[in-house]
Design a protein around this ligand. Structure first.
Ligand SMILES: C[S@@+](CC[C@H](N)C(=O)[O-])C[C@H]1O[C@@H](n2cnc3c(N)ncnc32)[C@H](O)[C@@H]1O
Length: 290
């Protein structure tokens, strides 16, 4: 979709915009790697309509507005109370995207940005029914690194293996899990590992015939699946430091990531931007459907 020299050239205009970002510490939201991806995707597709699912403080709404001055933006969040940036001309909605009627939008000119932590398998019927064609998906992590299906997993034919860690100090989550366990909700299909600080629960692959068919159907419709590369070399230890430190997980032998846009010494960012690099990178992708 993009070659490296195009991406390198586009970094300067992006940084000109990004230096004025309203939220300097967008904890839980997009940071430099994914904001740059969004900047490039939107500039390339130039949609007339954008549906953003997952607003949080409003950093991405701000970026969309800076890139596409004339497009109509629908910004959805089931909890709009965290917004720090609010625009009069953005249509804010507080129910799930599937609860609204999108018939009137021209789907060739509409992009959906999913950054709402909802399982992608739950979006497939909605996308198909409404004939959406341009999808950007933010938290596009591989198996073992997230608790729900992502486009990456579906595209790479992986079946979700969910891991959960519950610290003994988190009494509420622990009790909830124990009740579910004794109600036999997992039908014995889970693996438990006990550590002196936490329990690790592994939920096995368990995929219905119906879901399998949906995955097949979406894979057939994919014209482009493109993972945006990280700005600098991906650093697993830095990206997943919490899980490595708190739950003693090991670095996997293989973890596929796109080659970085810049080599190590090719570019030096300011200190605040260097700190943002990598910490949130999750293979943000663009999908173009038939
Ligand atoms: C990662 S944040 C979004 C970050 C934002 N795009 C940014 O980068 O600044 C995820 C947001 O999704 C919202 N959310 C959760 N479920 C949702 C749903 N079904 N539809 C829309 N938003 C949802 C949460 O309330 C949260 O504010």
């Amino acid at each position: 979709m993009f070659n490296k020299s195009f991406l390198k050239k586009n970094l300067t205009p992006f940084l000109e915009i990004y230096k004025n970002r309203p939220i300097k510490n967008n904890q839980s939201g997009m940071k430099i790697d994914h904001c740059f991806a969004l900047f490039c995707f939107l500039n390339k597709i130039k949609p007339d309509y954008i549906i953003e699912s997952g607003v949080w403080k409003g950093q991405t709404t701000w970026l969309i507005k800076r890139v596409l001055k004339k497009s109509k933006i629908f910004s959805i969040d089931i909890d709009l109370s965290n917004r720090e940036v609010i625009y009069d001309d953005v249509k804010y909605l507080n129910k799930d995207i599937s609860k609204y009627n999108w018939k009137k939008l021209n789907k060739n000119k509409t992009v959906i940005i999913f950054d709402d932590h909802v399982c992608f398998s739950k979006r497939l019927d909605f996308i198909k029914k409404n004939k959406f064609k341009h999808i950007i998906f933010d938290d596009n992590l591989p198996n073992h690194h997230i608790s729900y299906y992502t486009p990456k997993m579906i595209y790479e034919r992986q079946y979700l293996i969910k891991k959960e860690f519950i610290k003994y100090s988190n009494i509420y989550r622990l009790i909830k899990f124990v009740i579910r366990y004794f109600k036999n909700e997992f039908k014995g299909n889970i693996k438990l590992n006990f550590n002196y600080k936490f329990i690790k629960i592994t939920y096995p692959e368990n995929i219905s015939e119906e879901l399998n068919k949906k995955f097949l159907s979406i894979r057939k419709k994919i014209k482009i699946y493109y993972e945006f590369p990280p700005l600098k070399k991906f650093n697993y230890r830095n990206r997943f430091k919490k899980i490595l430190k708190n739950f003693y997980e090991e670095i996997p032998k293989t973890y596929k990531v796109q080659k970085p846009i810049f080599n190590k010494n090719e570019i030096k960012f300011s200190r605040d931007l260097e700190q943002e690099l990598n910490v949130q990178y999750s293979n943000i992708c663009y999908i173009n459907l038939n």
